[in-house]
Design a protein around this ligand. Structure first.
Ligand SMILES: [Zn+2]
Length: 270
């Protein structure tokens, strides 16, 4: 099977509340101390994958500070040098060389600067694409839907681009496959990358901290559910499934877990 190497890049920092994103309300007392600052500063990690003559991205990350702050999470920042273009240049890759982009889902902080990738083929689950085109108003911001009544109107980065639409679990290339992990969004998927060290599972926003994979024995939970999702049942089963498939926690990569900051710039899988 084709082996790849993976480099973690960070495209910015978003602010989120620990109680509203990281930990489900039923688990707060096991993770959050009363009176403690509830703010979490989370990375927006994406993964550059190289092998078999391909240069692949798993997601492309977040927008400028201005857009993130105005339309999304106030206080979020994309410091100088953090755009996906700068991050790729820092490892000697030109965005125009990217052959493929596989999206875990189509929320704003996973799809930015797509126009800088004119030669890339785009992959997403069909269910995610269909939903992203017509979300309920609650998710207008998440998908940058032009119906969001803020001026100037905003449009999704992928507007006008063609996608290769995936239906469920499949192999995209030798050594790279996807499987559905719905729950955070309707058509969320994990991307599995084969390396010399083992298979890494890029799980996007399925979780917000690796704590989400821990048991909470006091209440009989086999995982710690997060508190941001469209469907908690699906989120639950998707986390259990990811845990079952991955060889260990060190093989799980996610977009926003603070633990990802330790991996930025390092080569995985060699
Ligand atoms: Zn996200």
């Amino acid at each position: 099977m084709q082996e790849y190497k993976i480099i973690t890049l960070n495209t910015g920092l978003v602010t989120a509340s620990k109680s509203n994103y990281l930990y489900h309300a039923s688990t707060h007392k096991y993770y959050l101390k009363p009176g403690e600052d509830d703010t979490a500063i989370l990375p927006v990690a994406v993964f550059y994958v190289e092998g078999g003559g391909r240069k692949i991205m798993v997601d492309t990350g977040m927008s400028s500070t201005e857009i993130a702050d105005k339309y999304h999470h106030p206080g979020s920042t994309q410091p100088e040098g953090y755009t996906i273009m700068d991050q790729l240049h820092s490892i000697g890759v030109d965005p125009k060389e990217i052959t493929d982009i596989i999206f875990t889902h189509l929320h704003w902080d996973h799809v930015y600067y797509l126009s800088e990738f004119p030669n890339a083929k785009l992959y997403v689950q069909r269910a995610e694409y269909e939903y992203a085109k017509n979300p309920i108003p609650l998710y207008y911001k998440s998908y940058e839907d032009p119906r969001l009544p803020i001026e100037p109107r905003i449009h999704p980065q992928w507007e006008g681009r063609e996608f290769e639409l995936l239906d469920g679990e499949c192999e995209i290339f030798d050594g790279i496959s996807v499987y559905p992990t719905p729950g955070h969004s309707v058509g969320h998927q994990n991307v599995v990358i084969h390396t010399k060290k083992g298979d890494y599972h890029c799980c996007g926003d399925l979780v917000f901290t690796l704590d989400n994979f821990k048991e909470v024995p006091q209440i009989g939970y086999e995982i710690t559910p997060p508190s941001r999702f469209v469907d908690i049942n699906q989120t639950w089963y998707s986390i259990v499934e990811t845990k079952k498939r991955a060889a260990g926690i060190e093989f799980i990569l996610c977009a926003h877990a603070p633990e990802m900051l330790d991996l930025v710039g390092k080569v995985l899988g060699e």
